[in-house]
Each structure stands twice: as structure tokens, then as C-alpha cells.
Design a protein around this ligand. Structure first.
Ligand SMILES: [Zn+2]
Length: 253
């Protein structure tokens, strides 16, 4: 796990998986630590323990996809607040354990030690958090998945977007609500408080990332193949094909 300090109160966490990276963050206030996602393995979390020590821990799941939540077992999670969208908690009874079984079957050595740890607290639209003289807000942003949320840290103008945006483009599900997704992204794109956009996959940047994701989704919604100018990795070439197929089905269904 790579740990990168951004300022006195924010660190970025990152691991490389097969074909793509996953990024989260640690935000430290005077009395508490808020962790944005726990990445994919408990061992990913070890470098964070000294930063958490002596403070209350709040874990935020941007959504319940495996690569964002499987690291929780490596943290002092038993006394922690663990927050996700209401739909995130529901997924712990459906696809979350199914994905773990599937990946443990394929690679028992690599994933054998994973323990699934559910949210202890949920919300539906918006939730405010305070890490001690450091406030932030969570907002539902369904699209990539029904339980996707973003975290806004106004003090630094930082918007942690999970998989609501990605570079080079986002990943759809079979039933992604494209218009609603675009509408929510539009609101953030027009919010001048947002200075830095931090997706869980890809690189960070300004609100231009949101703009590019909107353009891609709008093309799919309008039935136009999005124009991709940059070279794609195998992962994103495959994802793009899948996105086009899902969008085609959404339009015809
Ligand atoms: Zn993801």
C-alpha cells in the first residue's frame, strides 16, 4: 500500500490490483480519523494504524464493491463507526458475500483471510461528519452502483468520489440510472467550492474530470459511441465494451 500525505490532515491510500489501482483516503481531525474506503485486503491497512492511534475511528464505504471494503478487518474496527448508504448495508446480504465466495474459490491463498464487516450506520441522502474541528459531508450519488456516495471535505475543497467518476471513464452496471447519475454529477461540476476531485480509480484533478465523465455518460445516454482519445489498458477496453452494451440495453429496455 502506498501512503501519500497531501497536507496536515489528509493522506491518500492506494493499492495496485490486477490491471487497475484503487485509492482511498485518511482524514484526520483533532479528535477523530475518517477513513474513506478500506481498499481490498486487511494488510493494506497496516501503515495507517499509527495515524489512527489515540483518535476515534470512522470508516466510510463509498460503496460495497469488494476492492473498497475488504481491508476493514486490518483496522481496529470493533469500536469504530462504519458508515455506508442504506443500499450498501443491503448488499451485505446479497452480492457482497457472493463475491467473496467467488474470489476465495478462485484464489484461496490471496483472499482466505477476508472478513466482511458491515456498516454500523446508514443514511439515505446526506450525512454530516466531524472529525474534531474538521467537518465533511456524505452525499448519495447513485449511478455506478445504487449505493454509491461521495464525501466532500469543504475545508480543502476536496471531493472524494469513489467510483462515481473515474479516469478515463466510469463503469456502468446493467441497470445504471444514467440521467440521474448525470444530473448529480452536473451539480458537483457546477459547485465552485470543489477544487480537487479524487476518484477511487485513476488520477485526481479538477472538476474537468467530472465534466469528462458527464460527456461520456451523455454520449451513452444519447446512443452515440463516446470518442476516446487516450490509449486504454485492457481493463478499460473491456469496460468500455461492457458500458456500450449495458447502455444499449438500457435504451432498448
Ligand atoms: Zn471500484
Amino acid at each position: 500500500m502506498e501512503l501519500k500525505q497531501v497536507n496536515d490532515q489528509v493522506w491518500l491510500t492506494r493499492v495496485q490490483l490486477d490491471g487497475y489501482g484503487v485509492q482511498g483516503a485518511l482524514i484526520r481531525g483533532e479528535t477523530g480519523v475518517v477513513l474513506v474506503d478500506t481498499l481490498s485486503h486487511p494488510s493494506d491497512m497496516a501503515p495507517l494504524l499509527p495515524l489512527i492511534q489515540g483518535r476515534s475511528l470512522t470508516i466510510v464505504y463509498t460503496h460495497a464493491d469488494w476492492d473498497h471494503i475488504w481491508g476493514t478487518g486490518g483496522l481496529p474496527w470493533e469500536g469504530a463507526r462504519i458508515i455506508g448508504h442504506r443500499a450498501c448495508l443491503e448488499r451485505f446480504d446479497t452480492d457482497v458475500p457472493a463475491t467473496l465466495r467467488e474470489k476465495q474459490g478462485a484464489q484461496p491463498h490471496r483472499w482466505g483471510g477476508i472478513k466482511l464487516i458491515r456498516p454500523t450506520e446508514t443514511f439515505s441522502r446526506k450525512l454530516c461528519l466531524d472529525a474534531g474541528a474538521l467537518e465533511m459531508t456524505l452525499h448519495h450519488l447513485p449511478g455506478h452502483t445504487p449505493d454509491s456516495i461521495v464525501l466532500f471535505l469543504e475545508k480543502y475543497g476536496m471531493l472524494f468520489m469513489g467510483d462515481a467518476v473515474e479516469t478515463p471513464f466510469p463503469c456502468l452496471e446493467r441497470t445504471s440510472p444514467l440521467s440521474r447519475w448525470i444530473e448529480a454529477l452536473d451539480a458537483w461540476e457546477g459547485d465552485s467550492r470543489v477544487q480537487r476531485v479524487i476518484p477511487a480509480h485513476g488520477h485526481m484533478g479538477g472538476r474537468k474530470i467530472i465534466r469528462q465523465n458527464i460527456a461520456y455518460l451523455q454520449d451513452l445516454l444519447d446512443g452515440r459511441p463516446p470518442v476516446i482519445t487516450e490509449p486504454l489498458t485492457d481493463f478499460y477496453r473491456h469496460t468500455h465494451g461492457e458500458n456500450m452494451a449495458f447502455a444499449g440495453n438500457l435504451a432498448s429496455g
